[in-house]
Write a protein that binds this ligand. Structure first.
Ligand code: FES
Ligand code: FES
Length: 149
């Protein structure tokens, strides 16, 4: 058994220590807000926080998260009230929505580190891929969230 703390709750999961964290979150614990995109740490759809850092959970063995705080989109803020979530709604960012939970988690981690990121910071740190091309509104929403965070 592996004990994991996810969104403030402890889960005992009977999985191999090598299983990617993403699989454990989605398939074992049932948190389906986190998405599978590429499975190769390229697209960022699977981004969650581990001890406050944005990580690509599709390539992270679950054993690396033991003893740390894992947060998924479901645990980011009660009732979706995180400044990034509010800005996403206000700017109507999502199209299909598939990439967006990973985007929001990546941006929330960025703003926790850099409360007022420049466009260059955003280019360097937010490398998530959106097939729908919502990048312009993502950038606007990041700047809007930065003012409120
Ligand atoms: S699914 Fe993890 S980065 Fe694409
Ligand atoms: S909103 Fe569709 S992939 Fe980003």
């Amino acid at each position: 058994m592996i004990a994991l703390t996810v969104n403030g709750k402890t889960h005992s999961v009977d999985v191999s220590p090598e299983m990617p964290l993403l699989w454990v979150l989605r398939d074992v614990i049932g948190l389906t807000g986190v998405k599978f995109g590429c499975g190769m740490a390229l697209c960022g759809a699977c981004t969650v926080h581990v001890n406050g850092e944005a990580v690509r959970s599709c390539v992270l063995p679950v054993s690396v998260a033991v003893g740390k705080k894992v947060v998924t989109i479901e645990g980011l803020a009660p009732n979706g009230t995180h400044p990034v979530q509010r800005a996403w709604v206000a700017q109507q960012v999502p199209q299909c929505g598939y990439c967006q939970s990973g985007m929001v988690m990546a941006v929330a981690a960025l703003l926790a580190k850099k409360p007022a990121p420049t466009d260059a910071d955003i280019d360097a740190e937010i490398t998530n891929i959106c097939r729908c091309g919502t990048y312009t509104r993502i950038r606007q929403a990041i700047h809007a969230a930065a003012k409120k965070a």
